[in-house]
Design a binder for this molecule. Structure first.
Ligand code: IPM
Ligand code: MG
Length: 358
């Protein structure tokens, strides 16, 4: 039986409770689809930092490279300096494990979840390919005269030909696999002139994919079109910072932060899966946060691990529960966090006719 070796960082706030439900679903999927997982939990996050001053020790970080996948709940805490844990944990994994794709599917599972008038599941079904290692996130920032009247602050957006090309190529490959075979480049090359490298690289790579229809939108217009005509989008590729912003917008049109999942990928190497939402400290420990995003992130992880049937079944179970109204929604407090785990695991078993838990 295949065994997948998974690192789990449950993290802060609602992270541990949504992770708990995602792992229950993972266990049910393993049981029903015949594979095993071995898991190592790491305590890192804000709470651990406040207690120990430790962010992510190198020895533990080194272990991640040998895992098959990493699952992250959520991190962030207002008691910790801004950015410290984000850069020390999430960004560190993205950069040092070279997780150059942030894959963010935006898929409406049921019309009731969409805040846009008259939009159906067929209208909202896109994937945002966010470049995940460069741009304003690459760490090239600094201050001069800090705290003085003459203070200067800089943050450099860096794009490399190789970095842009591998993201663009990934997006073309993905578009080629989809029904519509349509790929939009989202940038702001008219104002951020360095993004001309995206324009040129996209045009060159496009020549190798004559079967993929290409399109372009500036980020401001793309935000507008995503709300007005989400059905225009199939696959979109975009630099890191715009990808961060537009995927929160995307999360809302698919039902909110309670449902949006993501994969930070380096194809062929260890990859990291997480819900897009943050740690939501004010909801922590109340058993009321939606674990659906975390559950779907676990599904994306299984897909990457090659457990395609189990991955598809997790998504199908969530869709079935939403469409049958057994899952009323993915908002905070609509269901107990643990109840959602119960529903999804039961549905996974029922769909394959496997009697419930041993
Ligand atoms: C995300 C988050 C992160 C980002 C933060 C926590 C650094 O917003 O994954 O979208 O900006 O990438
Ligand atoms: Mg974000």
């Amino acid at each position: 039986m295949t065994e997948h070796d998974i690192a789990v960082i449950a993290g802060d706030g609602i992270g541990p409770e949504v992770t708990r439900e995602a792992l229950r679903v993972l266990d049910a999927a393993a049981d029903v689809y015949g594979f095993r997982t071995r898991r190592t939990s790491y305590p890192f996050g804000s709470e651990h930092y406040l207690e120990t001053q430790e962010i992510f020790p190198d020895a533990a970080f080194g272990e991640l490279r040998h895992k098959d996948a990493i699952f992250l709940g959520a991190i962030g805490d207002p008691r910790v300096p801004v950015g410290l844990i984000e850069y020390g944990i999430i960004a560190r994994m993205r950069f040092e494990l070279d997780l150059y794709i942030n894959l963010r599917p935006i898929k409406l599972y049921d019309a009731s979840l969409c805040p846009l008038k008259g939009k159906e599941p067929a209208d909202v079904d896109m994937v945002i390919v966010r470049e995940n290692t460069e741009d304003a996130y690459c760490g090239a920032h600094g201050f001069a005269h800090k705290g003085q009247p003459l203070e200067v602050a800089t943050q450099t957006m860096i794009y490399t030909r190789a970095g842009v090309e591998r993201a663009v190529r990934f997006a073309f490959e993905l578009a080629r696999e989809r029904k519509r075979k349509h790929l939009t480049l989202i940038d702001k090359a008219n104002a951020v002139r360095a993004q001309d490298i995206w324009t040129r690289t996209f045009a060159e790579v496009a020549l190798e994919y004559p079967d993929v229809e290409t399109d372009h939108a500036y980020i401001d217009a793309a935000c507008m079109w995503m709300v007005k005509n989400p059905e225009w989008f199939d696959v979109a590729v975009t630099p890191n910072l715009f990808g961060d912003i537009i995927t929160d917008l995307g999360a809302m049109i698919q039902g909110g932060m309670g449902i949006a999942a993501s994969g930070n990928l380096h194809p062929g190497q260890v990859s990291l899966f997480e819900p897009i939402h943050g740690s939501a400290p004010k909801h922590a420990g109340k058993n009321q946060a939606s674990p659906v995003a975390a559950i779907l992130a676990a599904g994306m992880m299984l897909d990457q691990l090659g457990e395609k049937a189990a991955a598809a079944a997790i998504e199908a179970a969530v869709i079935e529960l939403l469409r049958s109204r057994r899952l009323k929604g993915v908002g905070t407090g609509m269901h107990a966090t643990s109840e959602v785990g119960d529903l999804v695991t039961a549905e996974l078993r029922a769909a394959r006719g496997v009697p419930s838990a041993r």
